[in-house]
Design a protein around this ligand. Structure first.
Ligand code: ADP
Ligand code: MG
Length: 267
């Protein structure tokens, strides 16, 4: 009998729902008015090791909430998140790193910030790794700069180097390009794709930009309006780099996604 190669699901999201109490109390005093809002409604998803998955969805549909539950910062109202078949009960450092803007310590240089992630290694390896991650994000020459001395794009690169230095099994990113100008956005996106090709890390990226998802994702997930369900899941089995204008299937899907997210693209 030949060997069966089974691709393990790294993360499983099983029948997750999440409700919140309304933040603002309604003005009316009607006690029967419910103050619970259902944000996520029966979400079932699986993520494989090494996959780059992009999540798209309208604002307020619960994307950040979902990421926070995977990272263990929040608990679902029902259902569960499993990482390697173990239920998530709280944040775990070694599995998952949540990429954050302003994640650098302002009183430390780029070098010092990145080396923090590999501080447990012995000196030679520590230095080599730090240099490697700084090189990946194209910041060589800026090792001794402080965060405030960097441009917006360089800062984001330094934050990425800091994130991958921790060597997480999965990198979770909530709108990683927010606040960047158009060209910097394109460049950082390219860095991220290169980084993924090089490091083969699992990445889960929330973006509101359809082109980001089409260019980066091994798979895309589209969520509906609140109470949110998974509206579409699609494997993007195209190589990288991807030139959207030359791949008719992606162009078609792009129109479909614009329509799905409520925008008429033909403006
Ligand atoms: P998205 O990231 O898709 O824009 P969020 O996950 O941030 O959406 O939020 C989804 C919904 O849940 C929003 O209506 C938001 O107001 C609500 N929400 C998020 N976090 C909380 C919270 N801690 N308490 C109450 N409501 C919340
Ligand atoms: Mg959000």
């Amino acid at each position: 009998m030949g060997s069966i190669v089974k691709i393990m699901s790294y993360i499983k999201i099983q029948q997750i729902t999440k409700s919140y109490h309304e933040r603002r109390k309604p003005l009316c005093t009607d006690k029967s008015a419910s103050s619970e809002i259902l944000v996520l409604n029966d979400i079932n998803l699986e993520f494989k090791k090494g996959e780059m998955v992009c999540i798209l969805g309208p604002s307020g549909c619960g994307k950040s909430t979902l990421l926070r539950m995977i990272a263990g910062f929040e608990t679902p109202s029902s259902g569960q998140v499993l990482i390697k078949d173990k239920p998530v009960t709280g944040p775990s450092d070694d599995n998952i790193f949540v990429f954050q803007h302003s994640g650098l310590l302002p009183w430390m240089t780029v070098w010092e910030n990145v080396i923090l992630g590999v501080r447990h290694l012995e000196e030679q390896e520590r230095n080599a790794r730090t240099q490697e991650y700084i090189d990946i994000v194209d910041l060589n020459g800026f090792e001794q700069h402080y965060p405030h001395q960097l441009s917006g794009g360089m800062l984001r690169r330094a934050e990425l180097a800091r994130a991958v230095a921790v060597q997480p099994e999965m990198l979770i990113m909530d709108e990683p390009f927010s606040g960047l100008d158009f060209l910097t956005h394109m460049k950082i996106r390219e860095e991220l794709v290169n980084m993924h090709e090089y490091l083969k890390k699992s990445m889960l990226i929330v973006t509101h930009d359809i082109d980001d998802a089409l260019i980066m994702g091994d798979r895309i997930i589209v969520m509906s309006n609140r109470p949110s369900r998974v509206k579409l899941e699609k494997v993007l089995d195209f190589g990288r780099p991807r030139d959207l204008s030359r791949i008719p299937e992606l162009n078609e899907l792009r129109d479909e996604l614009f329509f799905m997210l409520g925008v008429s693209y033909a403006v």
